[in-house]
Design a protein around this ligand. Structure first.
Ligand SMILES: [Zn+2]
Ligand SMILES: [Zn+2]
Length: 187
């Protein structure tokens, strides 16, 4: 295995996404009823490409019987590709977070039910944010509701300028002229 330049230096290490686990053990003692979370999170893979600067989670964790309840939001700058004009664009995203964790839920039941298992009295904030942001992903994101998209014939970006094939279609006078020329030729 060869070692590349990215294996050295602090910058590449700092930028590498890592899982942030947040301990809620304090809430199981008598002195705390709630803890605030204010945490920057980064991701690998598709979500890392959508949020290259990561997201910030701000939430409040409160104690419930045998578990905790998390309520807040994640916010970040999302990079997308417009489904109509295929141009890259950015948008501010803010998604509500609400999750309940219980020590009564076995780890094997993690994918069932509304309550997540609380394992080791810690919450995996990266995993929580990942689930929320993957659900939030729009099926067809658009750079602007008024985006004109691409011409079906020549591929021209119609936000930048019109093409000649578009004019043939939209101008009824030209369509009428073309028809009468065609008829004259046929007669
Ligand atoms: Zn667009
Ligand atoms: Zn065109």
């Amino acid at each position: 295995m060869s070692i590349g330049p990215s294996d050295f230096g602090g910058l590449s290490c700092a930028r590498r996404p890592f899982k942030v686990k947040f301990s809620v053990a304090r809430l199981f003692g008598p002195e705390f009823v709630g803890i605030g979370i204010d945490q920057q999170l980064s991701f690998a893979g598709d979500l890392g490409a959508r949020y290259p600067a990561g997201v910030r989670m701000k939430a409040h964790v409160s104690k419930i019987a045998h578990g905790v309840h998390v309520e807040g939001a994640v916010a970040g700058r999302e990079h997308e590709t417009c489904a109509r004009c295929l141009e890259p664009f950015e948008r501010d995203v803010r998604v509500e977070v609400e999750e309940t964790y219980s020590e009564d839920v076995p780890e094997s039941d993690a994918i069932f039910g509304d309550v997540a298992p609380l394992i080791g009295r810690a919450i995996d904030l990266t995993e929580l944010a990942t689930q929320i942001l993957e659900v939030d992903e729009p099926i067809a994101p658009v750079c602007d509701e008024a985006c004109n998209g691409l011409c079906d014939s020549c591929g021209q970006n119609r936000n930048i300028g019109s093409c000649t094939c578009a004019e043939h279609v939209v101008d009824p006078r030209l369509a009428g002229l073309a028809r009468s020329l065609q008829e004259r030729r046929e007669s």
